[in-house]
Design a binder for this molecule. Structure first.
Ligand code: 4NP
Length: 159
């Protein structure tokens, strides 16, 4: 069985593609590419089809991660398709769950920062309207969360 992770932010051009590509980097390093697969999406339609933000890609590259992908919007079918859906902030979390009126999939949706072990932040801050330091901070935070998430995913697919 393949364990499927979906990372979700607002635009799908900064935080969630970073999370997806960092996670893929860790998965490849651990030789788990046939066990865990990742995708990302945005709650908004603002940037559908766009590549990751240049400023975000520059921050990721400094840590040896290339950001690839094209933005798409989160859709109801994703609840069925994925085993775990990771919201970057509380707005994303709420917007995702607003598409699940019956609460059928609530257990699949988590905040990304729940998996951090080094950082205390509860949300991945939106870097879009800020300076370069904000992008570096997002990468550092996501590295932490992705490491915790990998441990969690490995526990789950062992079952
Ligand atoms: P993301 O960042 O949700 O991490 O992809 C943003 C991208 C675009 C906008 C806001 C946040 N925007 O308002 O267009």
């Amino acid at each position: 069985m393949v364990y499927k992770l979906l990372f979700v932010c607002l635009g799908n051009i900064c935080r969630s593609p970073s999370a997806e590509n960092i996670m893929n980097h860790l998965i490849e390093r651990e030789g788990l590419s046939d066990r865990i697969v990742c995708d990302s999406a945005g709650t908004s339609s603002y940037h559908i089809g766009s590549p990751p933000d240049r400023r975000m890609a520059a921050a990721a590259r400094k840590q040896g991660i290339e950001l690839v992908g094209a933005a798409r919007q989160f859709q109801r079918q994703d609840f069925e398709e994925f085993d775990l859906i990771l919201a970057m902030d509380r707005d994303n979390y709420r917007d995702i769950l607003s598409l699940d009126r019956q609460g059928k999939y609530a257990d699949k949706v988590r905040l990304m920062c729940d998996f951090c072990t080094r950082h205390d932040l509860k949300e991945v801050p939106d870097p879009y309207y800020g300076g370069p330091a904000g992008f570096d901070r997002v990468i550092d935070l996501l590295m932490d969360a992705c490491e915790g998430l990998l441990e969690f995913a490995m526990e789950n697919f062992k079952e």
